[in-house]
Design a protein around this ligand. Structure first.
Ligand SMILES: Cc1cc2nc3c(=O)[nH]c(=O)nc-3n(C[C@H](O)[C@H](O)[C@H](O)COP(=O)(O)O)c2cc1C
Length: 149
């Protein structure tokens, strides 16, 4: 199956965000090369449609650019719906137990079941590259000004 890069004109989203706690995942993300924070939403009604997004993860007053997946990890035959955020270029963050806000800025594509894990890894790398480009153009409006005084 050919890999489809997301459309460059990925749909902008406005005001889509959710709050939640970072819980322990299966630890597979780190093995794939893309560790993720698994987020349990405080309010399930805030969770957007299944898919892959570019957005921001806020932890205290820090905002991290992220590639986010919403939905079941179908490649691994899991059927529970998850929210997972990979913070771009960071493998050193320990976020388990933290309360975070996720802001969804762009929808990139649907979640897909890949026949080979290598293909999922390749697609995640593309998602990350596109998220990096899109997010560089749209810095978030920071709501915490305390550290800027
Ligand atoms: C940017 C991004 C895109 C993803 N796309 C898919 C996908 O298309 N299909 C899928 O089954 N899982 C997808 N995932 C979820 C991964 O399968 C998941 O992060 C990985 O299995 C690690 O899970 P764990 O944190 O529970 O260990 C994606 C995750 C990210 C961060």
């Amino acid at each position: 199956m050919p890999l489809q890069p997301p459309a460059a004109s990925a749909v902008p989203l406005t005001e889509v965000s959710l709050r939640g706690d970072v819980v322990r995942g299966d630890g597979r993300g780190r093995e794939l090369g893309f560790p993720t924070a698994n987020i349990r939403a405080v309010s399930p009604s805030e969770v957007p449609a299944d898919g892959v997004y570019a957005g921001w993860l806020q932890v205290s007053s820090d905002w991290f650019p992220a590639a986010i997946s919403v939905g079941a990890n179908v490649t691994f035959d899991q059927d529970d719906r998850r929210i997972e955020a990979h913070v771009l270029d960071r493998t050193d963050l320990t976020l388990t137990g933290r309360h975070v806000t996720v802001r969804f800025d762009r929808r990139l594509r649907d979640m897909r079941k890949f026949r080979r894990v290598a293909n999922l890894i390749e697609q995640m790398q593309r998602d990350i590259d596109i998220a990096r480009r899109l997010l560089a153009e749209h810095e978030p409006v920071r709501e915490n000004f305390d550290d800027q005084i």
